[in-house]
Write a protein that binds this ligand. Structure first.
Ligand SMILES: C[S@@+](CC[C@H](N)C(=O)[O-])C[C@H]1O[C@@H](n2cnc3c(N)ncnc32)[C@H](O)[C@@H]1O
Length: 264
């Protein structure tokens, strides 16, 4: 049970303890998300590893703070960092963090691209990178940070995705795929996530792509879960190259990781 004072501070419960429609939807997303993270957090505890969770594009960090309250507080030396570009939201996170003294919580007001973790990471600490509905290429920035910092676990639910849709230039008969603007947007969004999963597989993650909640709760519902194994999927890069040949698109994750992709 998430305690009422935390839910009120997050504005998920009204002052008189009521849950409105929006809050119910948000809570459903977050609790489903935690269901996917729970086995990872428990594994860390079993293996006596500490966890540093990083919530990118955090907003008020509903996800990070409820994760801290529900799962991290009982683990070993737990840490949460929330990275959010809007300073007024970062202030809110700092205030709400006081409800969870068992977890060391940092809230950073910056764009993801500029974020570098100032804290040393001991070998026994596992990084868990999260991004729930981080806008457009902010999800790619979160993935780039996760890959470069060798996050053990990654869980992202992307938001709107415009970059790939805008840049698509399909060849020949494939042009029909994006003739209608809605098809261009949806196909661009689909391709964006296909590439994200392939890049993660290429750089050594085991990847699962699934739904977060029922579609009636959110249209931005695709959950990409990745666990670092160090074993590159050798079929991933040829698949990326084949898709790029057919559709000639830009992708922030590929551009941001240019050096890494060649190395791994
Ligand atoms: C749709 S909201 C989601 C917030 C939160 N994760 C949630 O699910 O409630 C996206 C948030 O990402 C932040 N954001 C967008 N681009 C960002 C970037 N490049 N770096 C950091 N924060 C970013 C926005 O300010 C906004 O608060």
């Amino acid at each position: 049970m998430i305690h009422a004072e935390l839910l009120k501070a997050l504005h998920l419960l009204t002052r008189d303890g009521k849950l409105n429609q929006d809050a119910r939807r948000k809570l459903k997303q977050v609790t489903h998300f935690l269901g996917f993270l729970k086995p990872w957090v428990e594994d860390c505890r079993t293996n006596e590893q500490s966890i540093h969770a990083v919530d990118f594009g955090a907003g008020k960090s509903y996800l990070g703070l409820i994760l801290a309250d529900q799962l991290l507080r009982n683990s070993i030396r737990p840490q949460l960092t929330a990275v959010e570009s809007r300073p007024e939201l970062v202030e809110k996170i700092r205030t709400i963090a006081e409800f969870i003294p068992e977890v060391t919580i940092h809230a950073v007001a910056d764009v993801i691209k500029n974020f570098s973790d100032p804290h040393d990471r001991p070998d026994s600490q596992q990084l868990l990178v999260l991004a729930l509905h981080a806008c457009d290429t902010a999800t790619d920035d979160a993935l780039i940070w996760a890959i470069q910092n060798r996050a053990k676990h990654i869980a992202v639910v992307p938001c709107c995705q415009a970059q790939v849709a805008r840049s698509l230039k399909p060849l020949g008969g494939l042009k029909a795929i994006i003739e209608a603007p809605i098809h261009q947007r949806e196909f661009g969004s689909h391709l964006t996530n296909v590439i994200r999963a392939l890049v993660l597989r290429h750089v050594g993650y085991r990847v699962t792509v699934t739904e977060l909640v029922g579609w009636e709760h959110s249209l931005k519902n695709e959950l990409i879960l990745a666990q670092y194994t160090g074993k590159s999927d050798l079929t991933a890069m040829p698949k990326i190259e084949a898709l790029r040949k057919e559709f000639a698109f830009d992708h922030a994750l590929i551009d941001g990781l240019a050096g890494w992709l060649n190395r791994s």
